[in-house]
Design a protein around this ligand. Structure first.
Ligand code: ZN
Length: 158
């Protein structure tokens, strides 16, 4: 990790924590899921409006640490307007970078690469992945229903 990327990481986390994007409830979500990360106390809920395969709108609510808030905020920006398959691929690359399976310089992460700094803090990787977990569970849901619940305890430790 070079210093420039590390500085960017700190800056991006603080900025998104201060002003999370797409924070709040969606009027009529088609899909939703909650995510909890007991090891940190993060609790978020993701609400989606899917039209066909496209993420037409997405919002999230919850109480979480700065890294979880920033990562979920950036996730919503990254997937809004994209299709489900693109979101899934982004999630896989993001996860691979955080767990060290993929090099951040070569991963097609766009802006999300600024969160690669989380790699230095293994205990916080679950915080950064929680929003993505919830997104994938929401997408896997058929209809809004009561929503799915997911916990990062299902995530193997890096
Ligand atoms: Zn956290």
């Amino acid at each position: 990790m070079n210093d420039a990327l590390n500085d960017l990481y700190q800056e991006v986390v603080l900025e998104h924590k201060r002003a999370p994007r797409n924070f709040g409830h969606l009027p009529h979500p088609t899909h939703q899921a909650e995510g909890t990360n007991p090891s940190c106390g993060d609790q978020i809920a993701v609400e989606l409006k899917l039209e066909g395969d496209q993420v037409q709108d997405i919002r999230f609510t919850g109480h979480a640490c700065a890294i979880c808030m920033a990562s979920t905020s950036m996730m919503t920006e990254a997937v809004k307007g994209r299709d489900v398959e693109a979101a899934r691929q982004l999630q896989q690359h993001f996860r691979a970078v955080l767990t060290g399976a993929e090099d951040p310089e070569n991963a097609p992460l766009g802006k999300l690469v600024s969160l690669a700094g989380v790699r230095q803090y293994p205990s916080r990787i679950k915080c950064a992945l929680l929003g993505w977990h919830a997104l994938m569970h929401a997408i896997a849901q058929d209809g809004a229903g009561d929503g799915a619940a997911v916990s990062t305890e299902q995530e193997p430790s890096p």
